[in-house]
Every structure is written in C-alpha cells, then in structure tokens.
Design a binder for this molecule. Sequence first.
Ligand SMILES: [Fe+2]
Length: 177
Amino acid sequence: MLEAEKFDFVNSFYLFKTKNFDNHETKKKINKLQFKYFTKNLTTFYNNNKILESDDFVDLRKHIDFYVLSFVKNILNKDNFTHRNSWFQAYKPHNYHSLHVHGLESFEYSFVFYVQTSDDSSEIKFYNPGYPYCYYKDYVFTPYENDLLIFNSYVPHEVLPNNDNQRISLAGNIQVS
Ligand SMILES: [Fe+2]
C-alpha cells in the first residue's frame, strides 16, 4: 500500500517518506562527482543533467522510479512517465536557492529526494502558483534523508539559507503520460 501525506494548494503536492534505501554507496559516488557553483549553491546540472542515467546510480534510480511510478499510477491515474532530467545539488553554510519554477505544462512534474541532511539543513518552501503576484499559502518542509517530494513543475519554491555542510539533494523533472 502506497503511503503519502497530501497537501492541498490550488493544486496538490506530495511527500513520501521512502523506505529501505541504503544511501551509503550513493553518497560515496556523489563525493566523486564534479559540482559547480551556480549562483548560491553547488550543482551537477551543468556537467550532467541526466545523472540518473549514469550506471553509478542504478539503485537510486530504481528506488526513485518505484515511488514515482506508484505516484503516477495511483495518485494521478496516469499510465507512465519519462525522466526529462536529473541532477544533484549540494549546499554549504549560507548557500540557498532563490525562488524558481521548473516548468509550465500540466504534464510536467518535478521531484526532490534528500540523499543526505542534518539537523541544521535548511528548509524548502513552496508557494501557491502565481506567487509572488498573489500570495495565498506556503508550506515549509524540513528535509530528512529519504524524503521524496513530488510537485507540479509550475509550483514556485525556494531553498532557505543553509546551516551545515551536509545538505545534498537529487532533483529531477519528469513528463507524465
Ligand atoms: Fe527547484
């Protein structure tokens, strides 16, 4: 049985407390990757924006795909999905990611999976679509390892200023069919 906590906006988005994924090997492989500073955080996006296609991350992809496919089938009542892109993001103290969206189409969804966090990892904040021009509601999530957030790509969000050297997430965009 798929367990998800549902949060309502104008639209909805979902938090999965994923289970049974050992991050140990994934973390070791991430340490060998090249990250580049993009404005105020470190990302692999500009070296490889299809990181889940790498042989190094087969187990991670299987784990993500299990939950994403369950989400697509059981919650969206759609048949399938394809990955558009995926990358790792890392945050040092005082790093952040300013307000942005990942796409505009209704078939585009995005996800964030937390590979590594600490008690001092900063929150991610989601706003209603249309923000900052209309402000109705926001949700702030403290990241925990193995949490998976899935949301419409058009939902505005930001990562607040970070306080540790531990915060590593996998981000990605998918297309639902
Ligand atoms: Fe994002």
